[in-house]
Design a binder for this molecule. Sequence first.
Ligand code: PLP
Length: 369
Amino acid sequence: MSIAAPILLTPGPLTTSARTRQAMMVDWGSWDDRFNQLTASLCEQLLAIINGAATHHCVPLQGSGTFAVEAAIGTLVPRDGKVLVLINGAYGKRLAKICEVLGRTFSTFETAEDEPTTAADVDRLLRADADITHVALIHCETSTGILNPLPEIAEVIAQHGKRLIIDAMSSFGALPVDAQHIPFDALIAASGKCLEGVPGMGFVFARKESLASAAGNSHSLAMDLYDQHTYMAKTGQWRFTPPTHVVAALHEALLQYNEEGGLPARHKRYVANCQALMEEMGKLGLRSFLPAAIQAPIIATFHAPKDPRYAFKDFYERVKAKGYILYPGKLTQVETFRVGCIGYVQPAEMREAVAAIAEVLREMEVLEI
Ligand SMILES: Cc1ncc(COP(=O)(O)O)c(C=O)c1O
């Protein structure tokens, strides 16, 4: 494995392979047939990951992940719709903020950051409010790494005849979702996460009938997925300047994804990364914020050491000097830091990263963990 230094142990951008970075060494014209074929092939491969070709369109969109989430809500929720937003972290709160900014009526249901939303909660909430048309859920809430029970929640939503929008940004490609078994109107992800591409584009898997009836819903020209899809279906081209190098890198990353063994292999490697991380951190006495049962193998949150000599910024810089980039915590109540398990890294690198953390804690004379 040849890895560019430093190793990013973050939820994205993350460590990519040399082969993926190499794919960006070519310039592509946006009108070029070969580039259009690359986009078409990309969408086809992405749809295959969720077994969605029969029921969903893949609509790529320029920008970071939030652009795609905002576009999905703006396009697929009619202006007179009402969204129930399920929250247990910062990205759930962002969903609610998007609804607010877009002027969509919404209600929220918030649980603690270490408490998954349950299907029973959703059932109760939908019984209590018949105006709700859509439910928005974060699959893996990256602010902690907590996994919400998507299959059970999706089933309840379908029983109520409501529509589901899933932010699967940090889980897509690593945690299985089969569009033929889990009913959803939209599932949103991006290039620079578990597929190990570079950041710069998102994509939305939109149910074909829902997208077909979404003309005129969007508040925005650039973020209108109905228009984006219609234009692309007609011309094979992106509506506005495409992120050519990002597309090429993602295409190359997908070839490697399939060579590795697709989703089962990616999932297995991330689980092994997460286990190696937990084991080694445990040996140092560093405690995981989440219990193992609700921890997704994507990113782990650790309680910061109690020792007054610990300060995240200093800790971060020292670990960085040893070649590893960590991530700050995102919790309001407790001081934490996070370590990503995703990207072009293996369990051996996770163990080396923890060895670097151990050395840094010794250097900082952090004794009380
Ligand atoms: C769950 C989730 N939603 C959305 C996003 C999108 O964030 P950004 O716009 O910074 O790519 C992320 C990024 O990490 C995420 O983890």
